[in-house]
Structures are given as structure tokens and as C-alpha cells.
Design a protein around this ligand. Structure first.
Ligand code: SAM
Length: 278
């Protein structure tokens, strides 16, 4: 049986656990699907697995991430070959050699394979950059990590075949949506507490002004009859900036916190806007 598409990267804040709640809130029909905080793309792959090929525009501010998707979409054979080599050579010193490797001038496939290799072998699948923009996550402690999951990569490549992939801040891409399209926004969450915060996916972070700009965009899109779904943490600030909008509280288990004792269920909010909800 052919493998169904699902995320090929582990991504902090990945939405696998929230999928049933998101899925049950999707409109029956919509035009183009937009996911402007792509990360691992859990909802996109879920949609394709459930409903088949999907006209979609997927974007993220992280250029390494978007280039990795482009590599998997356009050069999956070469990505698989490079990953086989990484799998053969994987050891502690090899991990750190690849982590420090300067990839400028190299093709899409070797760059994509390097990110997938690091993602599958680094600590907790985190993506974190230093101030100078270098990936700086230490090696994880996996006994036998699956570095080259060929069927999964091929399924993801097929799902992405007709998809537009863009590296850009959310507002530049989501604004392109028109009435009847669906936009799913999954921004870096407003931290529940300082210690629970994990918003450093990108060296520029995502601050309160970004959250407010996103809330304004959500309302503009909903007013333009675009279907909009948005997830965020159950915090006072989130309630404040989305006040008055239809919202559901959902409890999900999270695993991004490095302290096992803090990995318990946390409250998340799902906001809905647009033709079905006005
Ligand atoms: C919570 S993650 C998305 C997780 C994704 N839904 C999944 O299923 O894996 C947030 C993503 O937003 C991206 N991001 C951060 N700031 C951004 C911005 N200003 N514009 C677009 N993307 C941004 C990060 O690079 C990260 O991939």
C-alpha cells in the first residue's frame, strides 16, 4: 500500500496532536489552502491524505525550511541518495561536522538532505539559530534514528508536486487569499510562562507586535470572506487580541518542553473566522 503523506520533519509546535480538533472545524469545500507558518505542515499533509491533491500556497520565514521543502518537492531522488549517505556516516563527529558545514553554493538536494539529517538526529528535533543565523542545536540521544525514510519522503514529494512554496513573513503571503480560500495560521505561540516559551524558531523571534499584526490580519481576512483558522496558547493576551471571535478551547499534550515534568497537557485555543462563522 502507498504511504500516506505526513510531516517528514519533526517541528517544534507541530500540530499532530491538534489535528482531530482542527480537522473537524474545516469547511467542506474551499479554494486554495494557505499555511503561512508552515513548520512541519501537519495540517497540509493531513488534508492531502484525507482529501487528495490540494491547491496550496505554503510559506514560512525560515529559508532553510522552505528550501528543504523545495528539495523534497523537486529533487526527491537526489535527496534520498544524500540521506542514505548521511545515514551510513552518522556518528557524533559526523553530526557536528555537518552542523557546521557551509552549504552556500550547494544544490537544493544536498541542502535539504542536511537539514533533514540534522532534524532527525538533533536534540528533540528542534530548529534553533544563533544570532548569526547558524543552526546550533546539539546532537540528540537516539539509539537508531530513521535518517532516510524513503517512502515518507516520496509521499511528501507527491503531495507537494503542485504546491507553491514561498519564503516570506506571514502577512506577505496570507494577504493573497481571496473569498472562499482557507488560511490556517499557526504562529509561534504566546508563551504561557517565561519558562514555557519556545518562540525562537528563527533568530528574529516573534514578538507581541507580530501577534497583534496577525490578529488584525485574521480579522481582515475573515471580513473578506476567507475561511480562517488560527491556533494559539490559552493566555490572557490571546483572549484579548481575538476578543469576540468564535473560539474553542482544546487540551492537548505537548512535548516541546525539555523538562518531562512540564510536558503535561496545556490549553490551546482555536479561532475561526470567515463565511462559515460570521
Ligand atoms: C508553531 S510553528 C508551525 C508548526 C506547524 N503548524 C506544524 O504543524 O509543524 C511556527 C512556524 O512559524 C514560522 N515563523 C516564525 N515567525 C514567522 C513570520 N513572521 N512569518 C512567517 N513564519 C514565521 C517559524 O519558522 C515556524 O516554522
Amino acid at each position: 500500500m502507498r504511504e500516506l503523506p505526513r510531516p517528514f520533519l519533526k517541528w517544534a509546535g507541530g500540530k499532530a496532536r491538534l489535528l482531530p480538533a482542527l480537522s473537524s472545524r474545516l469547511p467542506g469545500e474551499f479554494g486554495t489552502y494557505y499555511e503561512p507558518f508552515l513548520g512541519g505542515g501537519a495540517l497540509f499533509f493531513h488534508l492531502v491524505a484525507r482529501r487528495g491533491p490540494q491547491a496550496a500556497v505554503l510559506s514560512d520565514i525560515n529559508s532553510d525550511l522552505v528550501d528543504t521543502y523545495l528539495g523534497v518537492r523537486d529533487e526527491v531522488d537526489h535527496v534520498v541518495d544524500c540521506l542514505r549517505e548521511h545515514a551510513d556516516r552518522h556518528r557524533r563527529d559526523y553530526y557536528y561536522k555537518m552542523r557546521g558545514e557551509e552549504m552556500e553554493g550547494q544544490g537544493l538536494a544536498p541542502r535539504a538532505a542536511r537539514i533533514i539529517y540534522l532534524n532527525r538526529t538533533c536534540y528533540n528535533g528542534l530548529y534553533r539559530q544563533s544570532r548569526s543565523g547558524r543552526f546550533n542545536v546539539p546532537m540528540g540521544r537516539y539509539r537508531n534514528p530513521t535518517i532516510c525514510d524513503e517512502p515518507l519522503l516520496r509521499a511528501a514529494s507527491a503531495a507537494l508536486a503542485a504546491v507553491e512554496l514561498i519564503c516570506a513573513p506571514f502577512h506577505k503571503v496570507a494577504r493573497r487569499a481571496v473569498a472562499g480560500d482557507l488560511v490556517y495560521m499557526d504562529p509561534p505561540y504566546i508563551p504561557v510562562s517565561v519558562t514555557a516559551s519556545f518562540t525562537s524558531y528563527h533568530r528574529e523571534g516573534f514578538n507581541e507586535e507580530d501577534q497583534c499584526q496577525l490578529a488584525r490580519l485574521f480579522k481582515e481576512l475573515a471580513a473578506a470572506r476567507v475561511h480562517v483558522l488560527l491556533s494559539n496558547s490559552d493566555t490572557e493576551m490571546v483572549h484579548e487580541i481575538y476578543a469576540g471571535l468564535p473560539c474553542d478551547e482544546v487540551k492537548v499534550a505537548r512535548s516541546i518542553n525539555s523538562r518531562a515534568s512540564r510536558r503535561g497537557g496545556v490549553g490551546e485555543l482555536i479561532f475561526r473566522g470567515g463565511p462559515l462563522f460570521s
